[in-house]
Design a protein around this ligand. Structure first.
Ligand code: UD2
Length: 308
């Protein structure tokens, strides 16, 4: 079986690549290394890596024609909401057009795919009050990033229905774990917290810490993605989360206890556009046989251990 992972050198992509290789798949990665790193891929000796932009249709079309993939996991994206606000049109060309161009070519050559999986985000839900977020809850995409993710989801599902392609979309909540880059203020807060605890840096807390999030450890994300593939899920959108709402203060306290150290905190006002509360309903994932293997304490302990 052959799989293409776009964005396969990134944080989530590289973990997926390693797991697919372990499952015995032939894995091809397309990544322009704008955010990803070759060193993220543990099995680089048996993975084919093309350092290419997914918008390069000449390249993508010849690759799809030649390799006849069974599975395509589309993770390549501008992953930052802040970047999407700075560069909406550029974001759109990657997060939306490149996905559509790929789907359109798959349709044109009648590629007998087993699954096309598109990775979307909890950002589509915006700041609406209803909780937990169900896949059919109202959406309110507030940034170019969220708008592109939602629009692309709809296209991906429409291609599934109109042209009989096995397509599926997932919405990631807050993913954490090794390989996540802490370098920007908009990096995942757990990668920033890890960096602060490790290097004795001051942590900037935006707001009073009462904002809530649904954190999921990378290993559980991979478990969910592999289940979605194994169960041939199609025509569906699925939340990928832990299903547990925790405040940032609770998370910080748990992490400090694991590490046995206290953070130095600098308080700042709430970041503009920050979501106040977030938690997913994960009933759909559970019905596939998913269960959390990495509750927060275990995930954080493992993450911290890997950083030593
Ligand atoms: C996540 C996604 C984002 C988008 C959004 C949709 C990540 C990294 N980001 O943003 O792409 O999908 O969900 O709702 O997964 N914080 C601090 N100090 C810091 C950094 C963050 O206090 O140095 C706070 C931040 O203001 C927020 C919380 O920590 O309240 C989580 O921040 P985040 O950037 O990790 O994730 P989030 O949920 O804002």
């Amino acid at each position: 079986m052959k799989a293409l992972v776009t964005g396969g050198a990134g944080f989530i992509g590289s973990h997926l690549v390693d797991s697919l290789v372990e499952k015995g798949m032939d894995v091809v990665v397309v990544d322009d290394l704008s955010m990803g790193k070759v060193s993220n891929i543990n099995n680089i000796d048996i993975v084919t890596l093309y350092i290419q932009d997914v918008r390069n249709q000449t390249f993508m079309q010849s690759l799809l024609q030649r390799e006849r993939f069974d599975y395509i996991y589309f993770l390549a994206a501008v992953a930052s909401v802040a970047d999407s606000i700075e560069h909406p049109n550029e974001t759109h060309s990657i997060n939306h057009n490149a996905v559509l161009d790929t789907l359109e070519f798959i349709r044109a050559i009648n590629l007998p795919l087993k699954q096309f999986l598109f990775t979307s985000s909890a950002a589509v839900y915006g700041n609406l009050p209803e909780l937990p977020k169900k896949e059919d809850s109202r959406v309110d995409p507030l940034s170019p990033y969220a708008i592109d993710k939602y629009a692309t989801e709809r296209y991906v599902l429409a291609y599934g229905q109109l042209y009989n392609l096995p397509t599926v979309c997932v919405r990631f909540f807050n993913v954490y774990g090794p390989g996540q880059n802490p370098s920007s203020p908009y990096s995942g807060v757990l990668s920033i917290l890890t960096d602060c605890l490790k290097n004795n840096r001051i942590f900037t807390l935006y707001g009073d810490g009462s904002q809530t999030r649904d954190f999921i450890y990378i290993e559980d994300v991979i478990q969910a993605l592999l289940l979605i593939t194994e169960k041939h899920v199609k025509n569906q959108v699925l939340n990928i989360a832990n299903g547990l709402e925790l405040s940032l203060s609770q998370i910080i306290e748990t992490y400090e206890n694991i590490v046995g150290d206290k953070l130095t905190i600098n308080n700042e006002t709430v970041r503009s556009g920050d979501v106040k509360r977030s938690v997913a309903s994960i009933g759909q994932l559970i019905s596939l046989g998913y269960s959390t293997h990495w509750p927060l304490k275990r995930g954080l302990a493992q993450y911290w251990k890997g950083e030593q």
